[in-house]
Design a protein around this ligand. Structure first.
Ligand SMILES: [Zn+2]
Length: 170
């Protein structure tokens, strides 16, 4: 089996939840397609003739799962802390936003690309969207809530501003 750094597939931007600098490797010749997270890297097992699109799909699904696990814990934790309740939440590929909140549906949308950012950043977006249940606009009141619930939110926002948002850059 051949171990090849995945940057050859223009996937070098990919990062995993909680550990942004984790390198990715593609392993060819595997019969079963899978993504395996090791302590220092991510291995992607694929057949050698698997198209780049399918490798990306495999990884996207894996990232979605990772993010889902994390958000599943974060939403109830912060619903309780902030004392609000959302109807539902979804993970979606989005080009321009890390997250959004739909007031009418009481639905939180989270960007799939959050899976590539540190856990603290995912938490920041979750808190940000839930605070919108208390304050709809990004005004002083909103900032007061953010300072109260997550004093380090500005650092997280900075990290996210420097992160790759678009999946299309692959
Ligand atoms: Zn907002």
């Amino acid at each position: 089996m051949l171990l090849q750094k995945i940057s050859l597939l223009k996937l070098s931007e990919l990062k995993r939840v909680g550990c942004p600098d984790t390198p990715l490797y593609a392993i060819y010749g595997s019969l079963k397609h899978q993504v395996v997270l090791k302590h220092s890297h991510i291995k992607i097992y694929v057949r050698e003739n698997t198209s780049v699109a399918n490798r990306e799909k495999l990884l996207s699904e894996w990232y979605r799962e990772q993010l889902h696990h994390l958000v599943q814990e974060l939403i109830p934790k912060w619903e309780e802390t902030i004392n609000v309740k959302v109807n539902s939440w979804n993970i979606k590929k989005m080009r321009t936003k890390w997250g959004s909140y739909n007031t009418d549906k009481k639905n939180v949308l989270l960007n799939l690309n959050l899976a590539k950012t540190p856990v603290e950043c995912v938490e920041y977006i979750v808190v940000h969207e839930l605070v919108h249940l208390l304050e709809r606009h990004h005004n002083d009141n909103f900032q007061i809530y953010m300072d109260r619930f997550l004093p380090e939110w500005k650092q997280c926002r900075e990290v996210l501003n420097e992160s790759v948002l678009s999946f299309e850059e692959w």
